[in-house]
Design a protein around this ligand. Structure first.
Ligand SMILES: Nc1ncnc2c1ncn2[C@@H]1O[C@H](COP(=O)(O)OP(=O)(O)O)[C@@H](O)[C@H]1O
Ligand SMILES: [Mg+2]
Length: 364
């Protein structure tokens, strides 16, 4: 391997799309906010794709309303932080990574929010050996990703903000309102350089876990990422992502997977909405979210099955087990939902006979 990055299982966006980012910055003559690697319109082009004046093709990363991305990018050019809200699998993490890669050239100043996230993860910690040996000093201080982002004028990312306990979340209020992080032990503070901002993500379904305080909510502009509006849109997201994942995972190319992808998306959308695509039959909804992200995993897994254990064409037998696994999260209630759907909907579709048979086989 000549390029060590090709040996990395999951390169960061700024590594994977280095060429696109470089071309965008080069051809961009619009005004840039201070320390931004490119102008706000160029960031939106990076997200939604397009062709530059020099002919460089920018691949689409986000599939959805352009306006949402414009609002998100514009927010980061103001003094408010950005909160991406939505059900699981609506590309909140994905968009946050790409926004910070495009704007700051760095998507790795990241805090993963959990119930156990301590205040040090947001503010700073100490290297205890040095702290004991030398007392508090700049050298003994271990900066958090937020502190580093403030110093360097970059974007810090906070994943799953609402899972973080409320008192820890509050550490962000001063950071976002005063743009300053006091260090009382040293009698100093870190003042944010221009370009600093925060992108947080939160899950709709976590509402009530640790509700954002109103003081903190005011510091954020919220952009709600929707589920794909139409089946065509969702098919195109799944197709694009499966292809890109296949390249990073060195999977063999699978010809004409489109029929199976459409079927996976149809099943997911029907169960998610509780209504068949012709609008005629009501179906029960399973407990899981059946997100686009899960559809991507089901198809990717199917591609691997087909390449290694099948005939190199994506077949219903390659995806059936994955679909069942995504739908049946609760072994009792969801199994009933699935069986009803299988018998009332899948079985009735003449051109779905192979799929019906494949599903029956994994069922038993
Ligand atoms: N609208 C969309 N456009 C592009 N990719 C999407 C979209 N919705 C979902 N995805 C894909 O789904 C996957 C999971 O998304 P992720 O960002 O982890 O979801 P979330 O953080 O909202 O739970 C990503 O690989 C992403 O590419
Ligand atoms: Mg996420």
């Amino acid at each position: 391997m000549t390029n060590p990055e090709q040996d990395i299982l999951r390169p960061h966006a700024e590594q994977l799309y280095a060429d696109e980012l470089e071309a965008l910055a080069r051809s961009d003559d619009r005004p840039r906010p201070q320390r931004w690697n490119m102008s706000p319109p160029a960031v939106v082009t990076y997200l939604l794709g397009g062709t530059l004046s020099d002919g460089t093709v920018i691949s689409p990363k986000y599939v959805g309303p352009r306006r949402l991305m414009e609002v998100a990018v514009a927010t980061l050019a103001t003094d408010r932080a950005l909160l991406l809200l939505g059900v699981p699998g609506t590309a909140k993490t994905w968009v946050s990574e790409h926004l910070s890669a495009a704007i700051s050239g760095r998507s790795t100043l990241l805090i993963q929010g959990t119930a156990g996230t301590p205040e040090e993860a947001i503010r700073y910690g100490w290297n205890y050996a040095r702290l004991l040996a030398e007392g508090p000093s700049e050298q003994a201080l271990v900066p958090s990703p937020v502190m580093t982002a403030m110093r360097e004028g970059k974007i810090a990312r906070i994943e799953e903000l609402t899972r973080i306990p409320s008192d820890v979340q509050d550490a962000l209020i001063t950071v976002l309102s005063e743009k300053s992080l006091p260090i009382p032990e040293l009698g100093t503070e870190v003042q944010a350089a221009k370009g600093f901002s925060v992108i947080a993500t939160a899950n709709n379904r976590d509402r009530g876990v640790n509700e954002l305080s109103s003081a903190l909510r005011r510091r954020f502009n919220t952009v709600v990422l929707p589920l794909p509006a139409t089946a065509d849109e969702e098919v195109s997201i799944v197709t694009q992502r499966v292809q890109a994942l296949g390249q990073t995972l060195d999977l063999p190319e699978i010809p004409s997977a489109s029929e199976e992808i459409r079927r996976v998306v149809t099943v997911f959308r029907e169960l998610r909405s509780g209504l068949t695509s012709d609008g005629r039959t009501r179906v029960k909804q399973p407990s899981g979210t059946l997100s686009t992200a899960e559809a991507i995993s089901v198809v990717t897994h199917g591609v691997v099955m087909s390449a290694h254990f099948g005939d190199g064409v994506l077949r219903p037998s390659d995806t059936a087990a994955g679909i069942l696994g995504a739908v049946v999260k609760d072994p009792v209630a969801d199994a009933v939902v699935w069986t009803e759907y299988l018998e009332a909907v899948v079985r009735e579709r003449k051109d779905w006979a192979d799929f019906y048979r494949a599903c029956r086989e994994v069922d038993h």
